[in-house]
Design a protein around this ligand. Structure first.
Ligand code: CA
Length: 686
């Protein structure tokens, strides 16, 4: 017995062994190939590293392993084998005892450089080197001497844990915000973290001028084009040219398009403000959901109304789109020569701040806050002009994602002082973060409390998002959305390619940094860009920007049509994905959804409720014709297909709730009809 058992056991273990070997062979092969995460390597064990026990006599006790590695001249690297492409966290357990104010550090991931910040510490602490994207298979992470003097005890590479985006608030900082602004904000929040909203900036002021064959026939007092078509003359706009010939400055077509006289060619022209959205439509078959505008044309110097308010009202009220707006408000370049209220040619005004560390104008920004100064009076006029436009929008029920004083700090400060503004290229921030934030407060207080403007979602758009950028942020109580402008086809590339090609980088590092910086309390948007990130990059890197919005196409910068900025195929792929929201996909109640969360389900929005998929009567996760059949069967033959029907395929209790979409209790043929219309895309476009 004993013997037999022994033999049996031996036999079993032999069988088990061979079975294990057979089964385990491919498994053990992949185990030895792929790195187990979190992966930890001692600094002193990295390739190229040398072991250190002290830093020139200074001991840092408590290291792990046999010592640490001190980054001086030579680089050291580690390798990991990632099972799949994705985001990974790099953490260095180290110490930095050279610079009290902290010291920048550099790392290369597969040859692409990333920066990190290492605060002073004479004890071992964790330095966050950020989330990086690793490819499937072998990856090399190298620490090199761009800055150096970091003691590395050990390095940890772990799978990314993505931040919780659901805590970003939809509560607006203006407690008296209009119902339209609240409703829009609620929608933005509802898609944040799962979708990206498409956006596109349009040109403002002049530009995209289209020539026509319309001419003024003085003898017959008519405006006529080459086909003999007549245009309505604006009789208030008659003027005389240098030869004494009469002409009207404006005429209009049947469609309301206004044409302006060109003294150069003696014909009429118009500005094609729809140029960019039409390019997008041609490229992708879709229109963007957001359109970007600018209030810069209405400035006290030249008070030149380019019709932006009408275009915004049309975009929201007639097209159902979302408006965002920046404010390129100009100041006189030579304030000393300027008399308040006098007209000034555009060329003698500027929105520029500092160039090469020096101010382009003698306009003192801080004086905007000092009553009695000319700058104060001037800026009061700027705000009054702006308020008039915003009030028109408010009265028309148009909310605006408002992005004043954008790209605050511009380039990194030229000095060690992160808030001095020497790198700021706009006048509102050229005197540093303290004045910049006072300007933000002044504008917000004046618009809200003096002019009663409540249709704004306040978006603060800083630029570089270095750690110093945090000091330019106005705070959670004064900002609704934070944003970053991505211009990285020439500089700041992380995609390993050279300038002159589109940069599809999702800039997830900046996205996470921003999110962390506002403690997840605010939504994070990409308010301007040259290249649009690729869908693949956005999804792989979980870079869930609220929206993107390329700057307009112009003769200088062909952001949409230029080969170095855009790949039509990539843009089209994104626009046509479920991930990207386009104009046709915005909900009908975008500006009127002010109900509390417990509201009646909207049958046209079958997938917005987490627990119930409206229309999904057979509870298979999607809404299609099989649900129509399910509802009809349950109505017509409840004994067989009702909730307690005899058929194995009878409707479930949850399916009955899912299927009841018409607002009247109980399943009827009307529910089936609504679901059918929905599946045929008749309802979401109705
Ligand atoms: Ca160590």
């Amino acid at each position: 017995m004993k013997n037999k058992l022994k033999r049996a056991a031996a036999a079993v273990s032999a069988i088990a062994m061979s079975a294990m070997q057979l089964a385990a062979f491919p498994v053990s092969q992949s185990v030895t190939a792929a790195t187990q995460f979190p992966f930890v390597i001692e600094g002193e064990d990295m390739k190229g590293a040398t072991p250190w026990k002290d830093i020139y006599g200074q001991k840092i006790d408590g290291y792990s392993g046999s010592g640490f590695w001190y980054l001086t001249n030579d680089s050291a690297s580690l390798e990991v084998d990632a099972p799949a492409e994705g985001m990974y966290q790099i953490t260095v357990h180290g110490a930095q005892i050279l610079n009290k104010e902290g010291r920048k550090q550099a790392m290369k991931v597969n040859g692409v450089k990333y920066d990190a910040q290492a605060p002073y510490s004479d004890k071992w602490i964790d330095y966050d080197f950020g989330l990086v994207r690793l490819k499937e298979g072998k990856n090399t992470i190298e620490f090199f001497n761009d800055y150096g003097y970091l003691a590395v005890d050990y390095v940890t590479v772990s799978e990314a844990e993505f931040p919780d985006l659901s805590k970003a608030t939809d509560k607006l900082c203006d407690p008296d915000a209009t119902s339209e602004a609240k409703s829009l904000m609620k929608y933005l929040k509802s898609v944040y973290g799962s979708n990206i909203i498409s956006g596109q900036q349009q040109i403002y002021g002049g530009g995209n001028t289209i020539q026509t064959s319309i001419r003024y026939d003085e003898a017959n007092d008519k405006c006529v084009d080459q086909d003999g078509k007549e245009y309505t003359i604006d009789k208030d706009s008659y003027d005389k040219d240098e030869q004494g010939h009469k002409f009207p400055w404006h005429c209009s077509g049947e469609d309301g398009q206004v044409y302006t006289y060109s003294t150069q060619n003696r014909n009429y022209t118009y500005n094609n403000y729809d140029n960019d959205i039409n390019i997008i439509k041609d490229m992708t078959g879709k229109y963007p959901a957001i359109q970007g505008f600018d209030f810069g044309s209405n400035c006290p110097c030249y008070a030149w109304d380019d019709g932006v308010v009408d275009r915004m009202i049309e975009w929201t009220k007639e097209k159902g789109g979302i408006c965002t707006a920046s404010w390129h408000v100009n100041v006189p370049t030579r304030m000393a020569d300027y008399t308040l209220g006098e007209p000034l040619d555009f060329s003698k005004t500027t929105y520029k701040g500092n160039e090469g560390g020096n101010s382009v104008s003698d306009f003192k920004t801080a004086n905007c806050l000092v009553e009695g100064t000319v700058e104060y009076e001037y800026f009061q006029l700027c705000m009054e002009n702006l308020a008039k436009q915003l009030l028109e929008l408010q009265e028309a029920g148009v909310p605006v994602i408002f992005r004043p004083f954008h790209e605050a700090e511009g380039n990194k400060s030229n000095t060690d002082d992160p808030i001095d503004g020497s790198g700021a290229w706009f006048w509102w921030s050229k005197e540093g973060a303290v004045v910049y934030k006072q300007m933000w407060d002044l504008l917000q207080d004046t618009l809200i409390n003096k002019y009663g403007i409540h249709n704004l979602i306040w978006e603060q758009n800083l630029y570089a998002w270095t750690d110093a950028s945090a000091q330019w942020y106005s705070g959670d109580d004064k900002v609704d959305i934070v944003a970053f402008d991505k211009y990285n086809t020439q500089y700041n590339r992380h995609d390993g390619k050279t300038s002159g090609t589109p940069n599809f980088d999702a800039e997830s590092g900046i996205f996470y940094k921003l999110n962390e910086f506002v403690k997840g309390n605010k939504m994070v948007a990409m308010a301007e860009n040259d290249s649009v990130p690729s869908m693949e990059n956005l999804l792989v890197e979980h870079a869930y920007w609220l929206y993107f919005c390329p700057w307009y196409d112009s003769e200088q910068d062909h952001y949409l049509l230029g080969e170095k900025y855009q790949d039509p195929e990539e843009l089209s792929k994104l626009y046509n994905s479920d991930f990207c929201i386009t104009l046709d996909e915005l909900p009908k109640d975008l500006f009127s959804n002010n109900s509390e969360p417990s509201s009646e389900p909207d049958p046209t929005q079958p997938s917005t409720d987490e627990d119930y998929v409206w229309g999904d009567a057979n509870v298979d996760g999607s809404v299609d014709m099989s649900d129509v059949v399910m509802v009809m069967q349950a109505c017509l033959n409840p004994k067989k297909y009702g909730t307690s029907g005899s058929s194995e395929d009878h409707i479930t209790a949850k399916g009955e709730i899912n299927g009841d979409v018409d607002g009247n209790v109980g399943l009827t043929a009307n529910d089936a009809l609504i679901i059918q219309k929905f599946t045929l895309h008749l309802l979401d476009e109705a």
